[in-house]
Write a protein that binds this ligand. Structure first.
Ligand SMILES: Cc1ncc(COP(=O)(O)O)c(C=O)c1O
Length: 390
């Protein structure tokens, strides 16, 4: 066998596979509407672009410190204090090429063979895949729709063992849009007290929130602050997916050092120009743009929910954050892959099957697209469902 045992444990991202299939149909001349995208359709903030141009013109194009430039680390530390009430210092921060990169490296330095990683399901596809790649055991904890697809303290307690290395919390969640409240995080924190488990809090959708204020897991108690690694980035909040900038913060000097070592031997620093530009996304200059995008997303969410709500046989979960609606199609079809493939082939609408998030009977629809596409696409879903049922 040519390939390593490691890579054979990992599957290609289903999200990307469906986007590719939709692209192929489009290239073949078929009208398709894509609700599968995992990225904002907005442009990056103007201040970010200007900062990038200034960095280019200023010749800021050499290697930087592996874990990132001090100026950006300071901007991140200030942001974490201002927005999240977290007291991290710049030395607690490592900057990487996207939050996915931060997560991958964290899993790499933390997981030993057989270590367990608790992942509430439905879950973002990459958490279990990264866990398995690094030899860990993904413990998917099924959550319930009636609990807003949030893990309860008793579900966490039942999954926790002395092999638990990491508990992953993604709030707002991809794919369900659920958001954990301070009380809910505190109750999970109580379960973890006395255990050695670390928490990885993936806060990438933090700015896209439609209900109560967002709460960082590390901000809830001293115990959680000590055991939580806070992961974030600019892809979703500042519509900067292609720029590739993510980071984590942890009070553990050991973890910071280990990830820095790994990054020094693999990708080195995040792009120097992007690091300069990122400061403009975090220091307040882009706040109006970021808030404008959030408001647009909220309107689109309401538009999509109103239209989906009229379709007999579908049951959307109302998202409190992110830009996805997780929709139950259980009443008409149990198999999400079959449902989504037929929807794509017959109606030309691309969504992502719930099975890719470890949840059958649902599809994920992204509303990171314009109003006209949302209306047209949901109308197509409606007639597809009518035919499916008849
Ligand atoms: C839950 C979640 N975490 C992390 C990421 C990765 O973001 P980045 O573009 O910063 O790598 C994504 C992107 O889809 C995501 O949905």
């Amino acid at each position: 066998m040519i390939l390593s045992e490691r890579i054979s444990r990992m599957e290609e991202s289903l999200t990307l596979a469906i986007t590719q299939k939709a692209r192929e149909l489009k290239a073949a001349g078929r009208e398709t509407i894509s609700f599968s995208a995992g990225e904002p359709d907005f442009d990056a903030p103007q201040a970010v672009k200007e900062a990038a141009i200034a960095a280019i013109n200023g010749g800021f194009n050499k290697y930087t410190a592996v874990s990132g430039i001090d100026e950006l680390k300071e901007a991140i530390a200030n942001k974490l204090k201002r927005d999240n009430g977290l007291n991290y210092s710049p030395k607690n921060i490592v900057i990487s090429s996207g939050a996915k990169h931060s997560l991958f490296q964290l899993f790499a330095v933390l997981i030993n063979r057989g270590d367990e990683v608790i992942i509430p399901a439905p879950a973002w596809v990459s958490y279990p895949e990264m866990t398995r790649y690094h030899g860990g055991k993904a413990i998917l904890v099924p959550t319930k729709a009636q609990n807003g697809f949030k893990m309860t303290p008793s579900e966490l307690k039942a999954a926790l063992t002395d092999k638990t290395k990491i508990v992953v919390l993604g709030s707002p969640s991809n794919p369900t849009g659920s958001v954990y409240s301070r009380e809910e995080i505190a109750a999970l924190g109580e379960v973890l007290k006395g255990s050695k488990a670390l928490v990885i809090s993936d806060e990438i959708y933090e700015k896209l929130i439609y209900g109560d204020k967002f709460v960082s897991a590390a901000a809830v108690s001293d115990d959680l602050f000590a055991r939580t690694i806070t992961v974030n980035g600019l892809s979703k909040s500042a519509a900067m997916t292609g720029w590739r900038l993510g980071y984590f913060a942890s009070v553990s000097g050991e973890i910071v050092k280990a990830v820095t070592t790994l990054q020094s031997q693999s990708t080195t620093n995040a792009c120097s120009i992007v690091q300069k530009a990122a400061i403009a996304a975090l220091d307040g200059r882009s706040d109006d743009d970021i808030e404008r995008m959030r408001q647009k997303f909220e309107k689109r969410r309401d538009l999509a929910l109103a239209a989906l709500g009229k379709i007999d046989g579908l049951k959307p979960i109302v998202p409190q954050g992110a830009f996805y609606i997780f929709v139950s199609h259980e009443a008409i079809e149990k198999d999400s892959m079959r449902f989504c493939l037929r929807l794509l082939e017959n109606a030309g609408v691309a969504t992502v099957p719930g099975v890719g998030f470890a949840q059958e009977g649902y599809f994920r629809m992204s509303f990171a697209t314009d109003d006209a596409s949302i209306e047209k696409g949901i109308a197509k879903i409606a007639s597809f469902v009518r035919e499916y049922r008849s």
